[in-house]
Design a protein around this ligand. Structure first.
Ligand code: GTP
Length: 615
């Protein structure tokens, strides 16, 4: 029997490491969705990388069933009028916590009626706590605030509760206390989910035109493109499998439908309010886009569901195989990865220095790291990648405008009229003692402060505008350093602004090494060039001849370093002691041997690129 009133679609939102995945484990256990014996820790983080890094990268959904115990009564009811016990269908949509994947949070929320807000009670409110609450409020969700990790000695229950009330207007007595680790309070949370979160609305009438919202897509080798959906109106049934996609206008015949348990389980149909999947029958993941509406192929004048937002890559990295013959393998690997990750974009690129590779677009730095790591690990490729860049807009003197995602896209200085760079709106939350450090850091990174608030005396909240290029240069690491790891942040694209920048080239033995080119602020070019050459000098092994390193803008050389001709033993001139440095040098030399790229006459080890490109 389908009873829409017994469905609850909810998500868990939290800052990274607040304990979302661990809480999900307990929920899976209590509802007997997964046998305790089969429950690995952080079950929903099923990718190796996710488990290793302890982060959720890809959202996942799981359906649980839960019967409210008989004893549940309303206050005014006597024991003779016990509430009838029903089995509820609870659809949990897990969301990733890292800022790079914040877009995935919005999509999951669009398919829910409520959200469990998990706050780590040893950390208090963090940046993504704030941004996720606003996302949930935007999506009109009922929010259940939860303090997690109450088992820990450092739990600041009173302080965090008060902060939550002041910041978001929660009532003190609606805030639950749980320990995802011990399971304390989790059953009560489940009851709250059922009582507080509304059942999905939507037209279940026999004549209702079926509409479903796609909140995720992935590729399956056998089924092709699978769309994770929430059925908003009507029913999707195998008896009537001709469907169309309103935004992309794709038409297909679906082959299978069902639910996530969290494995896929086939069903004949999905009804109003239910969350599950449709194996679309499509082969191209771009034809079934997240946020798009699925309806029946023959339905007329169907109103698309709100919630669609196109994802745009924020940062760009060019990736080349060290061994040029591996280009086809790299292409195949990227194609495979992009089948399941529609936010990954790539286009072929060739460089005189590095041969054939791909210019890839990512949602953020973590996304870029993860993809590169997966390429190397899962596809056994050895790669060289350029420094992450942002997309500049360039007005040329001939009146045309181009976009440049890498230094190599930049035209000659004489052809440039004006350059614009992307800016972001950045929210930073930190304990108040770090105010000074954070302001100094943001100043150095060209930040413009828009707002500074103290929601409580211990916590400061900043709103900054900052060039995205600054963020890309290790801003997050620096922020962590100046705040002893306590500051957290969240950002969103805000617009383009003019910048006076130049392309700084690096010449090795007279030849421009394109992947080492950087776009830098004009008045910082010289300092930057010097620093860069110093680093390079340390990591490029000596050759049989002296090698000149130069940093230049246009034809003008701004800095120079020389690498003297080879000695037999790299350690010969190192005066004793410094074991670590020696080891490091030997290590670099060793790695260099394995992975060397011959550029013109000079061998440059992969490690040199890594060192310089992670500058
Ligand atoms: P992301 O997936 O990166 O967003 O993290 P998450 O929010 O899913 O956090 P996760 O569940 O991975 O937990 C982070 C760490 O906190 C893990 O080491 C957990 O074991 C620990 N943890 C989670 N909940 C509790 C709790 O209630 N008590 C204690 N003591 N530790 C907890």
């Amino acid at each position: 029997m389908h009873n829409q009133d017994l469905i609850r679609n909810y998500s868990i939102i939290a800052h990274v490491d607040a304990g979302k995945s661990t809480l999900a484990d307990r929920l899976l256990e209590i509802t007997h969705t997964i046998d305790k014996r089969h429950l690995k820790e952080q079950f929903l983080d099923s990718m190796d990388l996710e488990r290793e890094k302890g982060i959720t990268i890809k959202l996942k959904s799981v359906r649980m069933y839960y019967k409210l115990p008989h004893t549940t009564t309303h206050q005014h009811q006597t024991t003779e009028h016990k509430e009838e016990s029903h089995t509820y269908q609870l659809n949990l949509i897990d969301t990733p916590g890292h800022v790079d994947f914040s877009y995935e949070v919005s999509r999951s929320l669009a398919a829910c009626e409520g959200a469990v807000l998990v706050v780590d009670v040893t950390q208090g409110i963090q940046a993504q706590t704030v941004s996720n609450v606003y996302k949930a409020l935007d999506a009109n969700l009922k929010i259940i605030p939860v303090l997690n990790k109450v088992d820990l000695p450092g739990a600041e229950i009173e302080k965090t509760s008060e902060d939550l009330c002041r910041t978001f207007g929660f009532y003190r007595d609606e805030i639950l206390q749980v320990s995802a680790k011990t399971g304390e309070g989790v059953e009560e949370l489940l009851h709250k989910v059922i009582k507080k979160i509304p059942a999905p609305e939507g037209n279940a009438g026999l004549t209702a035109i079926p509409r479903a919202l796609i909140y995720d897509t992935f590729y399956d080798d056998f089924l092709g493109v699978v769309a994770a959906i929430k059925v908003v109106d009507g029913t999707f049934s195998l008896q009537n499998p001709q469907i169309k996609f309103l935004a992309t206008k794709a038409v297909s015949t679906f082959q299978e439908t069902g639910i996530f348990t969290p494995k896929r389980k086939k069903l004949d149909r999905l009804m109003t309010g239910e969350v599950g999947y449709i194996a679309t029958g499509l082969k191209d993941i771009h034809a079934a886009r997240v946020g798009d509406t699925i309806t029946l192929a023959d339905a007329q004048n169907v109103e698309p569901l709100p919630g669609y937002k196109e994802v745009k890559p924020f940062v760009f990295v060019s990736i080349f195989p060290i061994d040029n013959d591996k280009f086809p393998e790299l292409r195949e690997a990227l194609e495979k990865l992009s089948l399941s990750d529609s936010s990954l974009s790539f286009e072929p690129e060739s460089s005189t220095a590095l041969g054939f590779g791909f210019r890839c677009g990512f949602l953020g730095l973590l996304h870029a790291d993860i993809i590169q790591e997966r390429l190397e690990r899962e596809y056994d490729l050895e790669l060289i990648s350029t420094i992450p860049t942002v997309e500049y807009k360039i007005d040329k003197t001939d009146g045309t405008m181009i976009s440049a995602k890498a230094a190599s896209d930049f035209p000659a200085t004489t052809q440039i009229k004006e350059i614009q760079e992307p800016w972001i709106k950045l929210n930073i939350v930190a304990p108040s003692e770090y105010v000074g450090n954070i302001i100094t850091l943001c100043d150095r990174r060209r930040g413009v402060m828009l707002k500074m608030d103290y929601p409580t005396e211990n916590r400061v909240v900043f709103e900054y505008e900052l060039p995205l290029a600054e963020l890309v240069y290790n801003f997050f690491d620096d922020l962590k350093t100046v705040s002893s790891g306590f500051a957290s942040m969240d950002y969103d694209f805000s617009g383009y602004k003019k910048v006076i920048a130049v392309k700084l080239n690096v010449l090795v033995h007279g030849e421009v090494v394109e992947p080492l080119s950087h776009i830098v602020l004009k008045d910082k070019a010289e300092d930057f060039g010097r620093e860069l050459l110093k680093k390079l000098k340390d990591v490029i092994p000596r050759q049989q001849f002296q090698v000149a390193l130069q940093a230049a803008v246009g034809g003008k050389v701004l800095a120079r370093e020389d690498i003297p001709a080879m000695r037999k033993n790299v350690l010969a001139k190192m005066s004793g002691g410094h074991r670590e440095r020696k080891d490091k040098l030997l290590d670099i030399q060793k790695k260099g041997k394995q992975r060397m790229k011959r550029l013109g006459k000079v061998d440059i080890p992969q490690e040199a690129f890594r060192q310089v490109l992670s500058a």
